[in-house]
Design a protein around this ligand. Structure first.
Ligand code: CAA
Length: 258
């Protein structure tokens, strides 16, 4: 599939999706949002992909937010559709992807850009990255899950302060808040993320799928999380991965998951 605003590269079972609008600091217009969703869906179907990395092209930005130029004339009706469609089409797809997705934050991650990173399963940022939800400075609030996912990661107090001041924080502060999993030197960012992905893909893809599902269900309203974990745990026992993982342990060798 041809993509206008993305660069895609699959190597050693890792698919890297780079948002390629560096002149606009990789701002998320609708076209790009749709393309990322398509790229993820294709990667999930592709047997060669075991882990996905999302990043921004150029050396300045991961994603500087939703494309302000595109939504500046919206009415509240348009904005409702924009937020609802974006959430369903992309952000929920990222969060619920059965294949792990790492946000490789290489510069500004603002507004919808930070919201996209927060929907990913793991966040790694270069030491020069800046993160924030500056929407209130535009007269709006975060619309791609920011008021929901930020407090889950950093706590209500910090999320409230970040959102109502709209201030940017640096990678060190983001790390101390628990917003990112790792802060690494800019020049080591790609290698670090690939090594992390390589560690993940040694494990059972089937078990990873159920682990993501079970963890995510904690945050779904009305879900009985313990019965969900019990069910997902039991499903793993029907899999070839379970047979391979336990046999490898007994035979004192490394597992070879298919
Ligand atoms: N939308 C559209 N274009 C953007 C953009 C965005 N979010 N962010 C940057 N750009 C464009 C700029 O307009 C500029 O384009 P031109 O050269 O055509 O003028 C280009 O990218 C480079 O940007 P700057 O000249 O502003 O670069 P800078 O280094 O001076 O500043 C910045 C960098 C601090 C990130 C600044 O660009 C900025 O504040 N960007 C907007 C950040 C923002 O408010 N994001 C939230 C968007 S709203 C949202 O995301 C809603 C939601 O939750 C769904």
């Amino acid at each position: 599939m041809e993509f206008e605003n993305l660069l895609i590269n699959t190597k050693n079972n890792i698919t890297t999706i780079s948002i390629n609008r560096p002149k606009n600091l990789n701002a998320l217009n609708i076209k790009t949002l749709e393309e990322i969703a398509n790229a993820i869906n294709l990667s999930v179907e592709n047997d060669k992909t075991k882990c996905i990395i999302i990043t921004g092209a150029g050396d300045k930005a991961f994603i500087a937010g939703a494309d302000i130029k595109e939504f500046m004339d919206y009415s509240s009706n348009n904005a409702y559709t924009f937020s609802e469609t974006g959430n369903k089409l992309l952000f929920e797809v990222i969060e619920n992807s059965p294949k792990p997705i790492i946000a490789m934050i290489n510069g500004y991650a603002l507004g919808g850009g930070l919201e996209l990173a927060m929907a990913c399963h793991i966040r790694v940022a270069s030491d020069d990255s800046r993160m924030g939800l500056p929407e209130v400075s535009l007269g709006i609030i975060p619309g791609y899950g920011g008021t929901k996912r930020l407090p889950l990661l950093v706590g209500k107090g910090r999320a409230m302060e970040m959102i109502i001041t709209g201030r940017m924080i640096n990678a060190e502060e983001a790390k101390s808040f628990g917003l990112i999993n790792y802060m690494v030197k800019k020049e080591t960012l790609i290698d670090f993320c690939n090594e992390l992905a390589n560690k993940i893909i040694l494990n059972s893809p089937n078990a990873i799928k159920y682990a993501i599902k079970s963890l995510n269900s904690n945050y779904k309203e009305g879900f009985d999380n313990f019965s969900d974990e019990i069910l997902n745990f039991s499903k793993c026992f029907d899999s070839d991965d379970f047979k391979e993982g336990t046999s490898a342990f007994i035979e004192k060798r490394k597992p070879r998951f298919k």
